[in-house]
Ligand binder design. Structure first.
Ligand code: FES
Length: 138
């Protein structure tokens, strides 16, 4: 699945307009730092343009995204450890989907819906356990 979810309202999200760093700690605890250049933002699916998911994937960091980044699963669940003020607010659709994610925290976001504007360095963590019903079925 990919594209846009016709049942959801697109969130109000401004893509980054200045360089920033995105640090991600993966499920194994490995830390990767990506230097994000707004002139080279991935502007393609999966996820909203400029989303954390699209940046991570373009930077070679693997993150589950079973629904293709259309806010219809919770496999792209991340914790935003710092820099959350630089990201768009989660809308009701994202909040509803996050409710299905395991190990929910106040810092939880869906990486496909979380769009940083570049005004702060961002640090995110991928939970050790993410729901992926497709993989769990095998
Ligand atoms: S990839 Fe499915 S909600 Fe983000």
């Amino acid at each position: 699945m990919a594209g846009k979810n016709p049942f959801l309202t697109a969130p109000d999200a401004a893509v980054a307009d200045r360089p920033f760093s995105l640090v991600v700690i993966d499920e194994a605890g490995k830390e990767v730092t990506l230097a994000v250049d707004p002139a080279r933002l991935p502007n393609a699916e999966p996820g909203l343009p400029g989303s954390v998911l699209s940046i991570l994937l373009a930077g070679g960091v693997s993150l589950e995204h079973s629904c293709g980044g259309v806010c219809a699963c919770s496999t792209c669940h991340i914790y935003v450890e710092s820099g959350a003020s630089s990201c768009n607010e989660a809308n009701d659709d994202e909040a509803d989907m996050l409710d299905t994610a395991p190990a929910l925290k106040s810092t939880s976001r869906l990486a496909c819906q979380c769009v940083p504007d570049g005004s702060a360095a961002l640090r995110v963590r991928i939970p050790r356990w993410n729901r992926n019903a497709v993989k769990e079925g095998h």
